[in-house]
Design a protein around this ligand. Sequence first.
Ligand code: HEM
Length: 406
Amino acid sequence: ARDVLKTHDRVFASRPRTKIFEKLLYDGRDVASAPYGEYWRQMKSVCVLHLLSNKMVRSFRDVREEEIILMMEKIQKSSSLRVNLSKLLASLTNDVICRIALGRKYGGEADFKELMERFTRLLGVVSVGTYVPWLAWIDWIRGLDGQLEKTANDLDEFFERVVQDHVDGDGDGTDFVDVLLTVQREKSVGFEIDRLSIKAIILDVFVAGTDTTYTLMEWAMTELLRHPECLKTLQEEVRMICKDKSSVSEDDIQHMKYLKAVIKETFRLHPPLPLMVSHESTHDVTLRDYHIPAGTQVMINAWAVGREAATWGPEADEFRPERHLDSSIDFRGQDFELIPFGAGRRICPAISFAVVLNEMVLANLMHGFDWRLPVEATNDQTSVAESTGIAIHRMFPLYAIASSST
Ligand code: HEM
């Protein structure tokens, strides 16, 4: 990973073209699938400087806090009953991202939900034609081409409508579409950003942001429920810091060392994108003693890196947040022992955005409720079986029993 993402970062900074990405992600005009070059550099700088900067992340504090309160109320209503945590966390993440990116929630609209599900499912499909071009007809016969075409058109229609509504309305300039339209109007970035690029960047926020973020919360709760002693330690920390408060605020979480250790440990054992996003080399290069020709696709296994016994010791497979309390290893791309967000030029631009939401959700869940697995918990409930796809979540939804802590 270090050889590819640091020593030869520039050589491996491109992305392979696949039929799925081409069709669904505006033919590489988004950030995540754009080939390395000037266009990618410009789009990524818009993301980093205008959408996902620390200042922007802070500015959405109210959205996060409001949506978490709503989620807590939903749990309260089902208190002492089984809560489908997977569903709850997925819809919270979707609501937060919709409000931040599009200005309002769309989660309640059946069409939008169905479209996003179809889209996510297709992103994880392997197109035969991409790897064996003369067998491309198989994709056509099995209906993949048609599904890609239709989903790409539906998505474009949806985002076109959202952008046009922002153009027509008196946008207050706070959501991502507003910000991108302002950048476009004021030509403040030294290059043209057109309507298609705006739609592609917004689409990326959904592709790269929703499943990844909720998956981490789901795994964190899974591991805590499987390790009641860790759950108790975390709960004690949160409740001690927020003694007389009704909820946890973003100022409080800065002091929560064990919370941060739990998040790190979850990223180590369950990186939401275990194989990250494929890289591709643009030049020939010698890596160790191997000759790697230009155009080679490289997948980096962040999951295996996080479980490496040589780094993490004989108990590498165990969930032990304590291991991070006296360690300086972090997940922000400097330490190759822990790379859930990648590293180098292609590193995820939304680390702060994702982490603060995860920390806030977990801290509030610990503060407001006591948690346990249902008595009748089956193997499905306690197992850590994983789904397939690009983002790896639980194979079965996580149910837990919440009882009010007050
Ligand atoms: C826990 C949550 C998240 C995880 C674990 C995660 C992880 C990753 C990983 C592994 C990559 C690929 C890095 C590489 O190729 O070397 C990536 C890229 C990316 N992520 Fe994230 N991500 C998360 C949340 C988000 C969110 C919330 C957003 C947007 C709001 C986002 C936007 C992006 C974009 C645009 C890229 C492409 C960067 C590029 O190709 O230059 N991610 N992410």
